[in-house]
Write a protein that binds this ligand. Structure first.
Ligand SMILES: C[S@@+](CC[C@H](N)C(=O)[O-])C[C@H]1O[C@@H](n2cnc3c(N)ncnc32)[C@H](O)[C@@H]1O
Length: 244
């Protein structure tokens, strides 16, 4: 029996275990095996997704898979090993769940997992369970509206390059920037140059413990990888429906 099982990417939200959906909890509990990414950042210990998932699933059910993003030499071997571990479950007709921070379709390791497992078990059924993103969590914590009326929203990683971030700041009312933690001082300079510093907020480790939410003007120096910058347009409270 080959490739008859399923692979389910389960979004567990940005960090707060209360931001895990009922559907995600059910999928994690019903899966034959639950895999969680262990990155170089977690130094072999529990990664963020594992910590969140462990609030809802017996921790001994969680199987760590190494994903050393920064280590190019070891990366391919680790991804292959991860794919093979999942493919064994799928080949036996089982369901493998892969828990991932935020939403599985947004800059998640899950995309690479799917590619690898599909190559090993072409008949696999792939599903995703959407999760709350860091972008939504930061908007909720600041009370900002992500979009009103005709507003456009851009989500872009800092790794896409300064020029693209600058273009997004010029073209979109709301801009969310991921993966910029280490480069926050330069990132905020770009926001300032676009004349949008007063509209920007930085959220670090949302829901993960040690959470910090600051106005861009008060941010100082680099911040950890799990940081998000949210830029929303100044709203005129008196102009109800003004953006329609
Ligand atoms: C690889 S992406 C994962 C995105 C995730 N799948 C999502 O849907 O939000 C990692 C980036 O997401 C953002 N992020 C994820 N979790 C976060 C959190 N708890 N607090 C702040 N930012 C977070 C950061 O910008 C980080 O660099």
């Amino acid at each position: 029996m080959t490739g008859v099982g399923a692979l389910v990417g389960v979004g567990v939200g940005p960090g707060d275990p209360e931001h895990v959906t009922l559907k995600a909890v059910r999928e994690l509990r019903e899966a034959d095996r639950v895999f969680v990414p262990a990155t170089s950042a977690s130094a072999g210990g529990a990664g963020r997704a594992e910590t969140v998932a462990a609030a809802h699933v017996a921790p001994e059910r969680l199987i760590r898979l190494g994903f050393a993003m920064a280590d190019e030499d070891g990366r391919d071997a680790q991804w292959d090993a991860a794919g093979q571990a999942i493919a064994r479950v799928v080949d036996a007709g089982g369901t493998a769940a892969f828990a991932t921070l935020g939403d599985p379709s947004v800059y998640s390791t899950f995309a690479y997992v799917v590619q690898t497992v599909r190559a090993l078990a072409p008949g696999v059924t792939v599903r995703t369970v959407p999760g709350i993103t860091a972008m939504q969590d930061l908007a909720a914590r600041t009370g900002a509206m992500l979009a009103e009326g005709t507003d456009g929203v851009a989500l872009i990683p800092w790794t896409a390059g300064e020029a693209r971030v600058r273009a997004a700041l010029d073209a979109f009312e709301t801009v969310v920037i991921y993966k910029g933690g280490r480069h926050l001082p330069r990132l905020l300079e770009v926001v300032r140059e676009a004349g949008r510093e007063d509209e920007a907020t930085v959220g670090t480790h949302l829901g993960l413990g040690g959470e910090v939410v600051t106005a861009a003007g008060a941010a100082d120096g680099p911040v950890p990888y799990f940081s998000t910058v949210l830029v929303t347009p100044a709203r005129d409270a008196a102009a109800r429906g003004g953006r329609l």
